[in-house]
Design a protein around this ligand. Structure first.
Ligand SMILES: [Zn+2]
Length: 396
């Protein structure tokens, strides 16, 4: 709903509130005279038309009685203010609701949830957390939404234990796939975040248990397998690292390229050069990709020579045109060319380098965020596991 529509709704609500107030007061003869409502209502309008929204909000709060009939109008005003970034005013509106006795328990909880959202938006996370924890305890109707916000707060604060605990309390059936496809996937990412912190601190034991936990949450977590391989490699356990990397193509073939260097290191340390070549060719056949072509070419250059590597790339270029593999082909030919041909190849390489530099390698399939670094949590839309390598002529 647009802001103008909400303002119209608000005005209608104020008018209803004014009439309802007048009607109820003729019956119950409370202290506030209907004239006060009318005065505040017209004052509010005048403030609005004179572009003095601060005064307008105070006048509206004063004009519109808080009860079951007018709650939606108050909430609409508060939410509109929050959306427009006027959070202090939104807080004022929602605090006003909570201070009034005319609402039932469910309506109080709804107002409390909105106030917590205001606090989140204004960065007052401690206050938001306190309100949300209370809702989790007391409000079956708003428990799931409160948990959803708590998970987001803990995620922003890197409090992974609390994030896992809050996510574990959520109802899988009511989970809205906003930040991850499933709750299991979400919890696995939280455990992986803990493991990454452990790896930086060289706390190998803790990293191991957090990765075991991640795979318990989600057996298909390619991120957990990649991190496990990194952990085992660091400990010199190459066979174990290799086993984790072998699981990645089944878990998510998009992430094969993230484990390619580790995979080569495992096979090399185990002295199985032939085994690696065979395995890479199988992978390339099942999951064609430019990183795999370049990796096989690199190995061929090492075990055979530049010409074998260049021939392999040229054969694949015919099947899958790619700027990055073309660039490698030019590089391989450069040392063997002379005179005018060499100059032309150098010129071609400079041009291709520029094109490659300008092209991002990763893209979020949810919001379209692009970059050259892999992010497990998309910086654009804050979704987990949606950033993937870009495919096509200029990408993977
Ligand atoms: Zn995104």
């Amino acid at each position: 709903m647009g802001d103008i529509a909400i303002f119209l709704l608000l005005l209608a609500g104020v008018a209803i509130g004014f009439l309802a107030g007048r009607f109820s007061r003729t019956r119950s003869s409370k202290q506030t005279h209907p004239k006060d409502y009318a005065l505040n209502y017209y004052k509010g309008l005048s403030y609005l038309f004179n572009e003095q929204p601060d005064g307008a909000i105070d006048a509206f709060i004063g004009a519109l009685e808080v009860n079951s009939d007018t709650l939606e109008t108050h909430l609409a005003l508060g939410n509109m203010l929050r959306r427009r970034g006027e959070v202090t005013k939104a807080i004022k509106v929602h605090q006003n609701l909570l201070a009034r006795p005319g609402l039932n328990v469910r309506q109080q909880h709804e107002s409390q949830l909105e106030l917590a959202r205001d606090y989140v938006k204004s960065g007052l996370l401690d206050r938001a957390e306190a309100l949300l924890l209370e809702l989790v305890k007391l409000s079956p109707s708003y428990k799931q939404q409160a948990l959803d916000h708590l998970v987001e707060i803990y995620q922003d604060e890197n409090e992974w234990d609390k994030a896992i605990a809050a996510a574990s309390t959520m109802d899988e059936k009511l989970f809205r796939p906003r930040s991850a496809a499933t709750l299991a996937e979400l919890k696995a990412h939280f455990a992986c975040e803990q493991a990454e912190e452990d790896l930086i601190l060289k706390s190998w034991g803790k990293a191991r248990s957090h990765l075991q936990e991640a795979l318990k949450f989600d057996r298909e977590s390619a991120r957990a397998s990649l991190l496990f391989a990194q952990l085992e490699l660091g400990q010199g356990r190459y066979r174990e690292a290799q086993a984790h990397l072998h699981r990645v193509p089944q878990q998510d073939p998009d992430y094969i390229l993230l484990g390619l260097d580790m995979l080569c290191e495992c096979y090399d340390k185990l002295g199985d050069v032939r085994g690696l070549h065979k395995y890479l060719l199988v992978l390339l056949n099942q999951h064609p990709g430019n990183s795999l072509v370049l990796k096989v070419a690199e190995r061929l250059r090492w075990t055979n020579d530049d010409y074998t590597a260049a021939d392999f790339i040229a054969a694949h270029l015919k099947e899958r045109p790619s700027i990055r593999t073309l660039n490698r082909l030019v590089e391989l030919h450069l040392p063997y060319s002379e005179g005018r041909a060499r100059e032309n190849l150098q010129l071609l390489k400079q041009l291709v380098d520029r094109v490659v530099e300008e092209k991002p390698s990763f893209c979020c399939n949810k919001c379209g965020f692009t970059g050259n670094t892999m992010h497990w949590l998309c910086p654009g839309c804050k979704a987990w596991g949606t950033v993937k390598p870009i495919r096509g002529v200029a990408g993977e």
